[in-house]
Design a protein around this ligand. Structure first.
Ligand code: OAD
Length: 258
């Protein structure tokens, strides 16, 4: 049977000591969570990010922003990890150190069982006070004021999702941990990201400069494709299980992702 994935790729993975999975919205696409920039289906094809995902938007129209995130929260609550997330979680059986660095805010990597997940852009399920930055669980949300948005029980500020908006900085400890992981990685799997949002998109560059072998999993080319040592053109939910099977499984891992 022909070998599915090229031998150098299989060998790199089999001998990896520190593997970093750097994921974006495409990772969760097969869980039914829309991406941002895919034509037709991406959220930014239907909604204007400056109206929904910036501190100014929240100041101008707090209820619109709150309701949009409430809709996304509900959508993500119904979503389940797909075979791609599950394959990533299984990597921990074989690779001594696996770090997932994700731009996703849906928590699906953790749900699939990945133990070390660095969330660069926050988490949709966590709500914080826009004023005092306290994390406030749903049962403690104060009644909405005239703006229609629940308030902080401690200081009365408006509550907001704990996600990074355009114009905001990344959580510093998450960013620093991600940089350290990128610089230590011997292989980085770059999955389902357009590579257009900084500073996150500079992590594969840092990993490459530090000597990592870079592999992209994406049905389409991305801004990061030129950097790759190898590209696997296909959906994460199909490519990742096939890859894991080919590298560590017992069968010969035949599939069409040559
Ligand atoms: P994008 O929507 O920019 O890119 C999604 C990528 O996933 C594209 O390259 C698609 O080709 C690819 N894709 C689609 N379906 C896929 C599948 N089944 N398997 C693998 N790949 C697939 O999403 P991100 O790169 O994550 O920021 O966007 C980065 C940031 O921009 C997000 O974190 C978000 C957004 O504004 C914040 O919320 C701060």
């Amino acid at each position: 049977m022909p070998h599915l994935f090229p031998l150098p790729l299989v060998e790199r993975l089999r001998t990896a000591r520190h593997l970093v999975v750097f994921s974006g919205a495409g990772m969760s696409a097969e869980s039914g969570v829309p991406t941002f920039r895919d034509a037709q289906t991406g959220l930014w094809a239907r909604y204007d990010p400056t109206e929904l995902a910036s501190p100014e938007a929240f100041r101008r129209h707090p209820k619109r922003v709150w309701d949009w995130y409430a809709w996304r929260r509900e959508l993500v609550r119904r979503a389940r990890p797909n075979p791609g997330h599950e394959a990533v979680a299984r990597l921990e059986r074989w690779v001594p150190q696996v770090t997932v660095v994700t731009q996703n805010v849906d928590g699906l990597h953790q749900q699939a069982g990945s133990r070390r997940v660095i969330e660069l852009h926050g988490n949709l399920h966590r709500t914080v006070c826009a004023q005092c930055r306290r994390v406030v669980p749903p049962e403690a949300w104060g009644p909405p004021g005239p703006e229609g948005v629940p308030r902080c029980p401690a200081c009365g500020g408006l509550l907001r999702p704990d996600v990074v908006w355009f114009g905001e900085g990344l959580p510093q400890d998450a960013w620093q941990a991600a940089v350290r992981a990128a610089q230590r990685a011997d292989v980085m799997l770059v999955v389902g990201t357009s590579g257009l949002v900084q500073p996150a998109a500079s992590l594969p560059v840092m990993a490459k400069e530090a000597g990592a072998y870079l592999v992209e999993v994406n049905p389409r080319p991305s801004a990061l494709s030129p950097l790759m040592d190898h590209t696997l053109r296909g959906p994460a939910g199909q490519v990742l299980p096939a890859l894991v099977q080919a590298v560590w499984g017992t069968d010969q891992g035949f599939s069409k992702y040559e």
